[in-house]
Design a protein around this ligand. Structure first.
Ligand SMILES: *[C@@H]1O[C@H](CO)[C@@H](O)[C@H](O)[C@H]1NC(C)=O
Ligand SMILES: *[C@@H]1O[C@H](CO)[C@@H](O)[C@H](O)[C@H]1NC(C)=O
Ligand SMILES: *[C@@H]1O[C@H](CO)[C@@H](O)[C@H](O)[C@H]1NC(C)=O
Ligand SMILES: *[C@@H]1O[C@H](CO)[C@@H](O)[C@H](O)[C@H]1NC(C)=O
Ligand SMILES: *[C@@H]1O[C@H](CO)[C@@H](O)[C@H](O)[C@H]1NC(C)=O
Ligand SMILES: *[C@@H]1O[C@H](CO)[C@@H](O)[C@H](O)[C@H]1NC(C)=O
Ligand SMILES: *[C@@H]1O[C@H](CO)[C@@H](O)[C@H](O)[C@H]1NC(C)=O
Ligand SMILES: *[C@@H]1O[C@H](CO)[C@@H](O)[C@H](O)[C@H]1NC(C)=O
Ligand SMILES: *[C@@H]1O[C@H](CO)[C@@H](O)[C@H](O)[C@H]1NC(C)=O
Ligand SMILES: *[C@@H]1O[C@H](CO)[C@@H](O)[C@H](O)[C@H]1NC(C)=O
Ligand SMILES: *[C@@H]1O[C@H](CO)[C@@H](O)[C@H](O)[C@H]1NC(C)=O
Ligand SMILES: *[C@@H]1O[C@H](CO)[C@@H](O)[C@H](O)[C@H]1NC(C)=O
Length: 706
């Protein structure tokens, strides 16, 4: 036996051993391993856990193999035919970067390809799939771009195609229906497809799930789209589609979920919901629908979610709750509904979220709302409701009520401050812009779970009560634009969730956006979509508060906005405010504050809006940190305030020991370089001062403050 033979023998032995160690069928088909290597080489980064021993590519991360034919295996012990074929490649969310290589085509037995949630880019190769077994392709949530005609890449076998959340564009082509005849799920949402939805998708008779949402599609819907017998989900939201929704909608008898919101559909909603016996969710918000809610929709048996917000609907909202036993979420905001809120709604016992805001309801709350035991979210703002005491008297019986928004109703009523209402589970209460009179209601002290309270733009008066200190979740308090007087209570400096980052606030999934009025006149409202998107704030502006700004505010390390402007506060600005390390807005303007601006405030490194305008401050404007970015208007209206940035300092100004000021009054017509140099020195010394001070405040203040 020669050396050569010996080597061959050893090789065969090791192969045999490989088969023993990795019991039978673990050897990767060499064509498949080449394809996988080609795929990896096309990427910019290596894939974690992909070794270089291509014999065992079946054990690489994300790779699934199967023997090419199970019966072959039993009777056939030839080495090659016992090799495994790659049938699955699933590497979703693995941080893959780079392009998709043509070599994937070599995986001729592939059934599942899932590369979603990576950073893959470039165009999709037009000959991507050669496997006639391919069932699932998920390339969603990547950065693929370019236009690709889908019919050229899809094999006949395909059941699911998800290429949503990419940058793909072009027009839709219904000829895929001729190729991928078994396609059940197609998700092209969140791309840049444009043009009309062409006639022909009606031929995709296997479709169960169709989403073209969040693209740039225009025109009206082709009639044959409603001829898809198995369709369960139709998602066309956020496009530029228009026209009327015809009675053909009723042909989609298996429909469970339909979202056509954020388009330009108009006309009446067709009265065909009787045929849609399985419909659970229907969203047609933000269109131009007018007329009534059709009778059949008011009787839809399985419907649990109905969103018709921001249309021009009017007429009756007499939902037949005997039929609609599943209704949990109802959004009819921003329409032209008028008259009374019907008592019949009270029988929809499953209701959890109700939005009737921005309509023209002129009534009290139906007494029957007492029975809505599941009700958690209720928005009634911007109607013409009256009798706030009655509203509160009824709603206090809803044990799960957590989010209540009553803004812009009840005009000029009295707030019933001394009634004994109990709202134990209230997390958010907004009663702004009602012109209410009276003092801060004492019944609110029972609502210890409040996270957000907004009573701005009323005529409330009297002192700010002490009991806020007991609210451990309160992180947003807006009492601005009222007539509150007296001192700011110590308890506001002890709010637990502003002292510590308290993110235990439970968010309701079905929330509606909220607006904060920021201006008397203009429509410059801020919109917040979630409770947690509100910045932690204390807004006491535009009141008649007196006394000092408490140094204890410094402890509120989680506060983002402190607005005390337009009050009658006096005394000095406490240096301790510099401990509010997350503060972004500090507005103390239009008060009677005196003394100097504490230099320590340069430590507030997130501060982006700052004003002390129109007070009686004197001395030198601190020079460093964010103070280098504030405009002159932040300081105006203080006769004796000066600073390097703006006004040159007068000799009589008392010197602050720590601030080194460069006097530019008597410079010799300074050249640009000279001024620049001085400014530079100012900045550097300001910086040093701020470093020293910040260290000082961080370490010394907390002990002092306790
Ligand atoms: C690899 O592919 C070629 C061409 O399709 C084919 O002839 C060959 O038999 C394949 N080899 C294996 C090990 O499957
Ligand atoms: C296989 O990978 C190891 C380390 O990853 C490397 O040292 C070795 O040279 C590689 N072998 C081949 C044949 O590429
Ligand atoms: C072994 O496999 C080959 C190719 O898959 C097949 O043609 C042949 O019939 C098999 N042999 C037996 C004994 O089944
Ligand atoms: C792809 O993988 C991700 C992450 O594992 C998973 O969430 C997603 O459902 C998969 N796609 C398909 C179509 O199964
Ligand atoms: C498609 O992928 C996106 C993002 O990965 C996912 O949110 C969506 O649910 C998927 N669509 C289907 C129909 O599974
Ligand atoms: C739909 O399918 C029919 C029959 O298979 C075919 O004649 C027709 O051209 C197809 N329509 C479109 C728009 O592709
Ligand atoms: C809807 O159904 C009606 C009655 O069965 C039928 O005449 C119409 O052609 C159907 N529309 C579509 C788009 O299939
Ligand atoms: C209301 O709907 C229109 C489209 O009809 C849309 O342009 C607008 O942005 C929507 N408004 C809101 C607040 O969603
Ligand atoms: C409801 O809207 C329709 C269509 O816009 C209009 O013709 C009708 O007068 C309105 N009805 C009421 C009561 O406002
Ligand atoms: C309400 O629904 C019930 C049950 O489907 C039905 O019997 C009743 O006639 C409906 N009432 C009205 C006014 O449509
Ligand atoms: C609300 O109703 C009143 C009286 O019914 C009417 O004068 C007013 O125009 C309506 N407002 C809106 C916005 O529809
Ligand atoms: C309110 O809006 C008006 C008009 O847009 C603007 O001129 C004014 O400055 C705004 N006032 C405040 C306090 O923002």
């Amino acid at each position: 036996m020669g050396i050569r033979d010996c080597l061959v023998f050893i090789f065969l032995c090791s192969c045999l051993q490989a088969q023993l160690v990795h019991p039978l069928n673990t050897i990767c088909n060499s064509n498949d391993s080449k394809a996988l290597e080609g795929f990896q080489n096309g990427l910019d980064s290596r894939i974690d856990g992909w070794g270089n021993n291509s014999l065992y590519c079946c054990s690489w991360k994300g790779v699934t193999c199967e023997s090419s034919s199970a019966s072959d295996m039993v009777q056939n012990d030839s080495f090659q035919s016992s090799s495994m074929r790659v049938v699955g490649l699933e590497l979703a969310g693995n941080g893959l970067k780079g392009k998709l290589s043509d070599s994937l085509m070599g995986l001729t037995h592939l059934r599942t390809l899932n590369l979603s949630k990576n950073f893959l880019w470039g165009s999709l190769p037009s000959n991507l799939f050669d496997s006639q077994d391919l069932l699932v392709v998920d390339l969603s949530s990547n950065q693929f771009s370019g236009s690709i005609s889908l019919d050229t890449i899809l094999p006949i076998s395909l059941r699911l195609l998800n290429i949503s959340e990419n940058q793909l564009f072009g027009s839709l082509d219904a000829s895929i229906c001729g190729i991928a005849r078994h396609l059940e799920v197609i998700d092209l949402s969140s791309n840049k497809y444009l043009g009309k939805i062409p006639f022909g998708f009606g031929n995709c008779s296997s479709f169960q799930y169709l989403s073209f949402g969040s693209n740039l599609l225009t025109g009206s819907l082709p009639e044959d789209l409603f001829g898809l017998p198995k369709l369960k989900t139709l998602d066309l939201h956020d496009n530029l589609l228009s026209g009327e929704l015809g009675s053909n909608l009723g042909n989609l008898s298996n429909l469970i979920n339909s979202d056509i919101s954020f388009n330009g559909f108009s006309g009446f909603l067709p009265d065909v919901f009787k045929n849609l016996q399985n419909l659970e969710q229907f969203s047609a918000s933000s269109n131009k629908f007018s007329g009534h809610i059709p009778e059949s929709l008011l009787n839809s048996k399985k419907l649990s979610l109905l969103k018709l917000k921001n249309n021009s609907l009017n007429g009756s909202i007499e939902f037949n709750c005997t039929a609609m036993v599943s209704l949990t979420s109802l959004d009819l905001g921003s329409n032209h509904f008028s008259g009374s809120i019907p008592d019949s709604l009270s029988s929809c016992q499953q209701l959890m979220s109700v939005n009737l805001a921005h309509n023209n309801f002129t009534s009290q709350i139906p007494e029957g709302f007492k029975n809505l035991k599941s009700l958690s979210v209720l928005y009634l703002s911007n109607n013409a409701l009256y009798n706030l005491s009655q509203t509160l008297g009824v709603l206090q019986h809803c044990p799960n009520l957590s989010f209540l928004v009553l803004t812009n109703n009840y005009h000029n009523e009295v707030i019933a401050a001394y009634s004994n209402f109990k709202f134990k589970n209230l997390k958010m209460l907004v009663i702004a812009n009602c012109g209410l009179t009276g003092s801060m209601p004492s019944w609110l002290s029972n609502s210890k779970k409040l996270s957000l309270l907004d009573v701005s733009w009323n005529h409330l008066e009297g002192r700010i009560p002490d009991w806020f200190g007991e609210f451990t979740n309160l992180f947003y308090l807006d009492m601005s634009n009222n007539s509150f007087s007296g001192d700011i209570p110590q308890s506001l400096t002890e709010l637990q969730s502003l002292l510590f980052s308290n993110t235990s606030v439970q968010e309701q999934t079905e929330n509606f956006p909220l607006f904060k009025k920021v201006n008397h006149t203009a429509n410059t409202n801020l919109q917040y979509n979630k409770l947690l998107s509100f910045p932690p704030s204390l807004d006491l502006s535009y009141n008649m508060l007196t006394g000092p700004i408490l140094p204890g505010f410094g402890k509120l390390q989680h506060l983002h906005v402190l607005n005390l402007k337009f009050n009658k506060l006096s005394g000095q600005i406490p240096g301790a405010l510099s401990s509010m390390t997350n503060l972004e807005t500090l507005d103390l303007s239009h008060n009677n504050l005196s003394g100097m601006i504490p230099t320590s405030l340069v430590c507030l490194s997130f501060l982006s809006t700052f004003s002390v305008a129109y007070n009686n401050l004197y001395g030198i404007i601190p020079n460093g940190g964010q103070f280098l970015t504030f405009p002159e208007s932040s300081f105006e209206g203080n006769a004796k305030l000066c600073g390097l940035q703006f006004v040159s300092c007068q000799p009589q100004v008392p010197q602050q020991p720590e601030a080194s000021v460069v006097d530019t009054t008597n410079d010799t017509e300074g050249s640009i370089e000279f001024v620049g140099l001085q400014f530079g020195i100012g900045v550097v010394s300001g910086f040093l001062v701020s470093v020293i001070l910040c260290i000082r405040w961080r370490f010394i203040f907390p002990k002092k403050s306790v």
